[in-house]
Design a protein around this ligand. Sequence first.
Ligand code: NAD
Length: 478
Amino acid sequence: MVERHDNLIGGEWVKGSEYAPNVNPSDLSDVAGEYARASAADAATAIAAAKEAFHGWSRATPQVRFEILDAAGTRILAEKERLGTLLSREEGKTLPEGIGEAARAGQIFKFFAGEALRLGGETIPSVRPGVGVEITREGVGVVGLITPWNFPIAIPAWKIAPALACGNTVVFKPADLVPGCAHAIAEILDDAGVPAGVFNLVMGRGSVVGEAMVGSPDVNAISFTGSVPTGRRIALACAESGKKLQMEMGGKNPMVVLDDADLDTAVASAVNGAFFSTGQRCTASSRLIVTEKIHDRFVDAVTNKVKALKVDDALKPGTEIGPVVDQSQLDQDLRYIALAKEEGCEVIGGERLNRETEGYYLSPALLVGADNSMRTSREEIFGPVASVIKVADYDEALSVANDTEFGLSAGICTTSLKAATDFKRNAEAGMVMVNLPTAGVDYHVPFGGRKGSSQGPREQGAYAREFYTTVKTAYTQA
Ligand code: NAD
């Protein structure tokens, strides 16, 4: 008998009229529970509960908020193996990656527990005699949080924790493919004593639950992470209803490798950035832009490493690359790999693999001989696929790196301080990495991009308060 899991609405665990199986992409015969699918009416009930709870929560002392978030963080850290295993089972990243992500979620809750205590304001002398000016921050109201499947616990954590720390109430809709970690966070927050209605979980379809949240006049702000087409749709709806909006979307992140790079560093950065987590990271290094003199050595070394990577069941010890998340993502990856051949690339890897259990296994693909005008170099693939683009020199590398509609992360491997400094200044991206993969960030500093990748204020770190609070300026005549 597969265990059923319900939504958390207004402090009650509410059954669904439908349940969806949570299927393990490493083993399609393994179902990690059945999860309630909320209806539009459930979403409306959750929004109403959050609205009602806002007054009390926004006026609770920072100590109350600190204790709940800190307790949740402590519990997540203590249970990182259990949560990481669930994560790997439902999403397919390897167990060490799953446990690492669960630990990250715990750290994020603890960081924002502290932020609840640090939400200060300013006093500024007025230009008028006898008048004082105070600038304070208040919660925005009911915030709707909509998350993708590729970081099933870290992305929910980096939205839920700052939202609650800043005094907002939350309606959270995770991606359909990964309800397990979302439900686990809801249980942990419920156990930590979050008051009824302050945090609501509504698992379900984007077209039903997501649209109900985006369309509701009682939701004051939406924080969305996901694909560009969904983001554009949400942005239009939020503009119409005047909601505050934050969006983190796709990437086509460049990693430049210059002739003077340390080859081992460049190869390790490329392999990690492009292929770890099965390449399913918005910050993945999907365009490797390599100058002429190092190009062939770099391609040979990356090819050798990639061929040796162990692609297998996410939960098996020693697996380095887990399966693709589901059939439709696998189909998309294979379509782009076929397209790369039509576009004239030499494709190394990129083959459908069979393993002991039936799962969505794919070997990492390197698209050699790409140029930046190809569709495979311009569109986000979101799989273990990276293009290698040969360029003459640093100037051409920078120009190719910036020639994209996206602007999330950009990297460079070089031993030249001059090139690294210039790249940090001129890369059109929200995050720049020197001698590091384009993926892999800290949790206490801002995260986000520019151009087509992001809209609105940054997530994470102290900067998260820009989105989750609204500023009030109060004047007092003494
Ligand atoms: P997606 O856009 O399909 O779905 C994201 C979320 O939106 C899901 O919860 C989904 O159910 C919901 N949704 C779908 N339709 C909706 C609608 N009409 N109204 C409201 N909500 C709706 O994205 P995905 O496939 O889950 O995730 C992969 C994408 O996420 C990639 O493009 C990736 O680059 C991006 N991503 C970006 C970042 C970042 O920080 N920039 C991080 C992780 C993932």
